[in-house]
Write a protein that binds this ligand. Structure first.
Ligand code: ZN
Length: 233
């Protein structure tokens, strides 16, 4: 495959946050996940995770893909209803929301009166099982309580982000947010990180276009380069 400049901004590992906006609005192929849409790989992985934790009836998909327009409306309605402080804590600005990528999902315990911005997702029972099993299926808890100074988003127990396999498990085992993982991988530009049956490495997005052997899966990091992974067995 041939990597070009545009490819830095797409793939399962793109970092979208206050500093790095999403540049590829509406380009991901989508699939239904409950009443919402997600990128195809994220939707398929979510189904498997819900099945593995026997929580298809207990956990509901509250919010998946949002268009730029929907994110803007959510930001503006939250500003007028909840005020600026709350909104900046829990709602991302348009173009800076992971929900625009189709790779983020808010899940909630299936109760009456679900809160759309902050769904109830207690760290017990089926919700806890979902969280603990998420990395095996490529999902990370994106905004943990002890990393608010890095993500600059308040703890959101309901917001999971698909980053794929093996990245979610590497992040989980090393206690890394996506911000930290993106930096962490830059040490692997000359050597590979071996994890189980996978080897992961980083290539800076320079001297493009660049040809990559087909054995690799590639994602842009939405910052400055690419994350490569290949199976070693
Ligand atoms: Zn969310």
């Amino acid at each position: 495959m041939i990597l070009t400049e545009n490819d830095v901004y797409c793939g399962d590992l793109i970092l979208v946050n206050k500093d790095h906006m999403y540049r590829r609005d509406g380009e991901t192929p989508f699939e239904r996940a409950g009443s919402e849409l997600l990128s195809q790989r994220a939707a398929a992985a979510l189904k498997l995770l819900l099945k593995a934790t026997d929580s298809e009836n207990d956990i509901t998909v509250v919010s998946g893909f949002r268009s730029y327009q929907e994110q803007r409306e959510l930001w503006e309605s939250s500003l007028s209803e909840n005020g600026r402080k709350f909104t900046e804590q829990y709602v991302a600005r348009p173009l800076h929301s992971e929900h625009q990528t189709g790779l983020a999902v808010d899940v909630g315990l299936n109760i009456e009166d679900i809160d759309f911005i902050r769904p109830y997702f207690p760290d017990e029972g089926k919700c806890r099982a979902f969280r603990l099993n998420a990395p095996k299926f490529g999902f990370i808890l994106r905004y943990p309580a002890d990393k608010e100074h890095i993500t600059r988003i308040s703890h959101e127990p309901w917001h999971f982000r698909y980053v794929g396999v093996p990245h979610a498990e590497i992040m989980e085992q090393n206690g890394l947010t996506l911000e930290e993982y993106t930096e962490f991988l830059k040490a692997y530009s000359k050597s590979e990180l071996i994890f189980g049956d996978f080897a992961v490495s980083y290539i800076k997005g320079e001297r493009l276009p660049l040809e990559i052997p087909d054995a690799y899966s590639v994602s842009g990091n939405n910052v400055d380069g690419f994350v490569l992974s290949r199976r070693t067995k």
